[in-house]
Design a protein around this ligand. Structure first.
Ligand SMILES: NC(=O)C1=CN([C@@H]2O[C@H](COP(=O)(O)OP(=O)(O)OC[C@H]3O[C@@H](n4cnc5c(N)ncnc54)[C@H](OP(=O)(O)O)[C@@H]3O)[C@@H](O)[C@H]2O)C=CC1
Ligand SMILES: Nc1nc2c(ncn2[C@@H]2O[C@H](COP(=O)(O)O)[C@@H](O)[C@H]2O)c(=O)[nH]1
Length: 327
């Protein structure tokens, strides 16, 4: 792989502005036949999303993916979202019982609009078989499959029937896959996204490694239709994680889906737990993301998200922050 880089190594190059106000820039994106306000989705992790946040996001035209760590709640979750006239977006794994769950949804005609197959190493027969199973029983559900980190994987999952693929093995803030296994896209996630996007014929969701709002625009530039984010969404008033105080500061827990805290045992642990500063309301963060992305579109010289896809860029190896922090 030539040209390896990550988010912090890239700066996008401005083009002539065509708007009089950033508010004229449209950040909306289409995925699976619906239009969402932002190309951003909170990670399907237990300290990032719960039923209340899913409801808020769906009601306000944001994309969401409910996590799969309370499997017994998923059936009613789908029904309740749809009874409110909202779309349902859930996650599944690949273990035996998940096959039965998909069949039960089909038998009862409780059909989620979106299903994400959420496992660590998505380039596998297990995922291919699950894609085919969902497409057989729930052909109208939009299937997102992952996670992967190579063009071969994207092609294979698309060929198996996936409607979108999710790219990112190990770039996450609470991920320790890269350290424990030596594998992944950690440290070159943006280059991996570009590599995968070149092979993709369907939407790609960039997953993990987003540390600033500018990284959302960079993801779009390098081929993402949607960006999945954990750490920037952790620590909100509404976030499900436990709130505590460390050194007089209010903090909230954020743990990996493959951490000991999630699994309840120390087996195949590839995630850790951290505490993030309490951040206030989720709405404020979403509004700020939208404003920053509108600004990105204006710097791209357009009025729509797609204008970011064509901008030039430079590689400025490890230098853009110069020791600066956002706050
Ligand atoms: N994006 C990322 O970089 C990563 C994300 N995660 C997240 O952690 C959660 C748990 O993931 P996961 O452990 O896959 O889910 P599960 O614990 O549900 O495992 C899914 C199945 O895949 C098997 N499996 C898991 N990893 C591998 C592997 N490397 N090779 C072969 N088989 C494997 C498991 O068996 P067995 O356990 O017996 O091997 C199990 O049968 C998910 O939410 C996932 O997204 C985890 C790691 C990396
Ligand atoms: N290797 C692991 N990756 C994990 C784990 N739990 C979640 N994740 C991935 O991280 C992203 C979020 O990344 P962030 O940089 O925005 O915080 C999430 O969507 C998963 O793909 C884990 O335990 N191990």
């Amino acid at each position: 792989m030539e040209n390896v880089f990550d988010y912090e190594d890239i700066q996008l190059i401005p083009a002539k502005c065509v708007v009089n106000s950033r508010s004229e820039c449209d950040t909306s994106v289409e995925l699976g036949g619906r239009t969402f306000k932002l190309p951003v989705v909170p990670a399907n992790m237990q300290t990032i999303i719960d039923e209340n946040i899913a409801l808020y996001l769906a009601e306000n035209d944001y994309f969401y993916v409910m996590h799969r760590f309370q499997p017994e709640k998923r059936y009613n979750f789908v029904k309740e979202m749809q009874e409110r006239g909202l779309y349902a977006s859930i996650s599944v794994g690949v273990k035996e019982e998940e096959y039965g769950f998909v069949e039960q949804l089909a038998a009862d005609q409780v059909i989620p609009e979106y299903i994400t197959i959420d496992i660590a190493h998505g380039h596998s027969n297990a995922v291919i078989q699950m894609i085919q199973h969902i497409k057989k029983y729930l052909p109208t559900s939009f299937v997102i499959a992952g996670n992967v980190g190579t063009p071969e994987a994207v092609r294979e999952l698309e060929n198996a029937g996936a409607d979108a693929t999710k790219v990112g093995i190990g770039p996450g803030k609470v991920c320790i896959t890269k350290i424990k296994t030596g594998f992944g896209t950690g440290g070159w996630q943006l280059a991996a996204l570009r590599w995968c996007a070149k092979a993709a014929s369907k939407p790609i969701i960039a997953d993990g490694g987003i540390r600033t709002n500018g990284d959302i625009a960079k993801s779009v530039r390098f081929g993402a239709s949607m960006v999945m984010i954990g750490s920037l969404f952790a620590g909100h008033e509404e976030s499900p994680g436990e709130t505590t105080e460390i050194d007089g500061k209010r903090v909230k827990e954020y743990f990996g889906s493959a951490s000991e805290f999630q699994k309840g045992e120390k087996k195949n642990v590839e995630g850790k737990k951290m505490f993030v500063e309490h951040k206030g309301s989720l709405k404020d963060t979403l509004d700020e993301m939208q404003q920053d992305l509108q600004s990105s579109i204006s710097y791209a010289g357009g009025t729509k998200l797609e204008s970011i896809r064509n901008v030039d860029y430079v590689v400025v190896k490890n230098s853009i922050f110069n020791g600066d922090k956002v706050y």
